[in-house]
Design a protein around this ligand. Structure first.
Ligand code: PEP
Length: 250
């Protein structure tokens, strides 16, 4: 059975002290989280070592990891380094990495393989630009991201994959995909996985929605048949809002 998951992507926000306060506030609110919802926090790299012992009952994620082997790659962070700190998830293929740091589908695929081999669970991000939706090529675009990023994996490795569908026009814009738009794309993604791997694999893969998800719209989004939770940017910086989103499963 697939998991319900809410993951916070803090991006390049928060000083160390602010991040510690946010974690302490979330620990205080944790008693109100539904038992069957997995919660993950994607903190900036420098904080991960210190937070591994502080984040209790939640999962710790990195926001990126290297496509290269360990060695002479100055500034890169290898997924095995993350795993050795107690980090168990990593976000790969976020649209900000794809657009600002020119990460192609192929680079994303290399990162996914390295992360999976290091034993990490991967939040694999995909999503179309507004122009793709307007040109009605959004399904083709997302399918290509998923085929290149994931379809070289085997079905066992797919157990480490969580897909985050994040329409780029909805990220940080305050504009959310309607629950129908989210459900339609999630159902398509699930059918592509079923065709490539198996019905069981598709049924067991969690697919999260991301893009201006907040307390006021999370319940309707999470109520959709193929929406298994959310990857949350801006609203994850407020303990109160993030907790309200976690409480939004029907
Ligand atoms: C994100 O960056 O993954 C995201 C979903 O951001 P926001 O919630 O701020 O739109």
């Amino acid at each position: 059975m697939r998991s319900q998951i809410v993951a916070g992507n803090w991006k390049s926000n928060l000083t160390f002290q602010e991040a510690k306060t946010l974690i302490a506030d979330l620990q205080d609110l944790k008693g109100s989280f539904p038992d069957d919802v997995k919660v993950a926090l994607a903190a900036p790299f420098p904080y991960l070592g210190a937070f591994a012992s502080e984040v209790k009952g939640m999962h710790l994620a990195a926001q990126n990891s290297s496509a290269h082997e360990m060695g002479a790659f100055t500034g890169e962070v290898h997924p095995e380094m993350l795993a050795s700190l107690g980090v168990d998830h990593v976000i790969i293929g976020h649209s900000e990495r794809r657009s600002f740091f020119n990460e192609s589908n192929e680079v994303v695929a290399d990162k996914v393989k390295r992360a999976v081999n290091a034993g990490l669970n991967v939040f694999f991000c995909c999503g179309e630009l507004l122009e793709h939706r307007e040109e009605e090529v959004h399904f083709d675009l997302v399918k290509e991201q998923i085929e290149t990023g994931l379809f070289d994996l085997d079905e066992t490795a797919m157990k480490q994959i969580v897909i985050a569908y994040e329409p780029v026009w909805a990220i940080g814009t305050g504009r959310t995909a309607s629950s129908e738009q989210a459900q339609e794309m999630h159902a398509a993604i699930r059918s592509w996985i079923a065709n490539e791997f198996s019905e069981a694999c598709a049924e067991n893969t969690s697919i999260l929605y991301g893009g201006s998800c907040k307390p006021s719209n999370a319940r309707e989004l999470f109520a959709q048949k193929d929406v298994d939770g959310g990857l949350i940017g801006g609203a994850s910086l407020s303990a109160k809002d993030f907790a309200a989103i976690i409480q939004s499963f029907a």
